[in-house]
Design a protein around this ligand. Structure first.
Ligand SMILES: C[S@@+](CC[C@H](N)C(=O)[O-])C[C@H]1O[C@@H](n2cnc3c(N)ncnc32)[C@H](O)[C@@H]1O
Length: 458
């Protein structure tokens, strides 16, 4: 929408609010119509529009992500009544829900939507939902006329928790009896940044991070993982990062390396290494056990660019013992029955990362899950050939759907009786499982799935 005639931006802040609104609507519509990830569209937009400084970029990025995070509710405004002013209400509400600090802009957007609400207002989204009935209820805010109107609007929209995920989500076997509310709340919250320390003790790393003004803390599950808070960090300004002593890796993703548990002298193949988040972790785990570790990791991917990035990260970490080998065709790029361990961190629907990429839930459809299972089974079956007798085969995804997880592993085991499942201990609950799902609400991480198998027969 260009500026409809009814919008009068008179003050400087209203003029800025209008300009942001136009940029945001262009970006939002482009992401929804092209179904390309928000990260990619934003990066391209900022490359082409150098006029935006860091503050502008932050406002645009965070508001855009908030719109997607709450779109399941915000779109109900359009469904109720089509109105040129809805967009401003959607912008204003997304800012209130996320307690964004640019309160003047939020007030200006709400003013354009004909709601006059004080700049200091916040609206805690889950307080809008009655825990018993899952329905929206009016909350008792100290009201002025604008707030009252807003609350009436919200009540009439009848928000439900399940609105925050697409309707096809119910059909892909993610929900269990007791996980619906915590799962949707976790998928709708802003994720923290998790890191992993390499070469250095966690205490020393924490000290340096605190000196740099970063609210970092350790984690009880893994001694090398670090919680880096919820604020954006300028990594390139951190010596720890530049010297390869700190890698950014979500806590859920870190679980996979610990399930692989490589020994210092072992040979591992990371068959779907991407840019190497887990290859680096495997090497780091070997070196933490033995600084003279002779173990080796071969990292493969179909994307050469990702392998180039992996090589850069391995160089920064000063890791020898990681070699990249592109996977170019159906043939195995490595020797068969050679490896102590093979990790298949398979392409998937990425449902477990929806809190990090909130646009994904609206730009993908059920085929994101259903089309992946045959590909996953194929990659797992081919990669399994590389495992030697007694070696480990680890299958992981960042999906939470059993169609991409348990069903793929069960189909593989049925066709490959030479492999059997290992029992796993959940790192955050201590419970035993045949296959492990890491739910985002357990430790404030992304969601992940992992199963580990042993080759018992040739
Ligand atoms: C989940 S990502 C891997 C992430 C990586 N292990 C990490 O920790 O950063 C899955 C990877 O599988 C690769 N891949 C391998 N074979 C593929 C295929 N046949 N189709 C699609 N992706 C494939 C993708 O290029 C992608 O990098």
């Amino acid at each position: 929408m260009d500026n409809p005639l009814s919008i009068q931006a008179t003050t400087p802040i209203q003029k800025r609010a209008l300009s942001y609104s136009q940029t945001l609507q262009k970006l939002f519509n482009e992401i929804m119509s092209t179904k390309q990830p928000a990260d990619r569209i934003l990066a391209q937009y900022f490359r082409e529009n150098k006029k935006h400084g860091s503050k502008d970029r932050k406002i645009i990025r965070e508001t855009l992500f908030a719109l997607f995070r709450w779109w399941g509710w915000l779109k109900k405004i359009d469904e109720q009544e089509s109105n040129d002013l809805n967009w401003y209400l959607q912008l204003g509400l997304s800012g209130l829900f996320e307690s964004h600090p640019w309160k003047d802009l939020i007030s200006a957007w709400l003013h354009f939507a004909q709601l006059d609400i004080a700049a200091s207002s916040t609206l805690s989204p889950f307080l809008l939902i009655d825990a018993e009935t899952n329905l929206s209820t009016p909350i008792n805010l100290q009201t002025n006329k604008g707030k009252l109107q807003l609350l009436e609007t919200i009540t009439s929209l009848n928000f439900q928790l399940t609105d925050l995920v697409p309707s096809w989500f119910k059909e892909v076997d993610v929900f269990q009896e007791d996980n619906i509310s915590p799962l949707i709340e976790a998928l709708s919250s802003r994720p923290p940044i998790w890191g992993r320390v390499q070469h250095l003790s966690t205490d020393k790393a924490l000290k340096q991070l605190h000196q740099a003004g970063i609210e970092a803390s350790s984690n009880t599950a893994f001694e090398d993982s670090i919680h880096l808070g919820n604020k954006n960090i300028n990594l390139n300004g951190l010596p720890l990062y530049n010297q390869g002593q700190l890698e950014i890796q979500d806590l859920g993703s870190q679980v996979i390396g610990h399930i692989c548990a490589p020994k210092p002298h072992e040979n591992w193949w990371d068959a779907c290494s991407g840019a190497g988040g887990k290859s680096l972790q495997l090497r780091s785990l070997m070196l933490r056990q033995d600084p003279k570790s002779t173990g080796k990791i071969i990292a493969s991917d179909i994307r050469n660019k990702a392998l180039e990035e992996l090589n850069k990260r391995a160089k920064r970490a000063k890791f020898k013992g990681i070699k990249t080998l592109p996977w170019k065709n159906d043939a195995l790029p490595v020797s068969s029955k050679h490896f102590d361990g093979v990790l298949v961190d398979s392409p998937c629907s990425c449902i477990g990362t929806w809190r990090r990429n909130p646009d994904l839930r609206w730009i993908s459809d059920i085929s994101a899950v259903l089309d992946k299972a045959p590909l996953q089974l194929d990659i797992l079956s081919r990669s399994a050939q590389a495992v030697k007798l007694g070696g480990k085969l680890v299958y992981a995804t960042c999906s939470l759907s059993s169609i991409e997880n348990e069903e793929v592993v069960n189909a593989f085991l049925q066709a490959h009786p030479e492999f059997s499942l290992d029992t796993l201990i959940h790192p955050f609950t201590g419970k035993q499982h045949a296959m492990l799902t890491i739910w985002p609400f357990e430790a404030n991480s992304d969601g992940m799935f992992v199963a580990r198998m042993t080759r018992d027969l040739i």
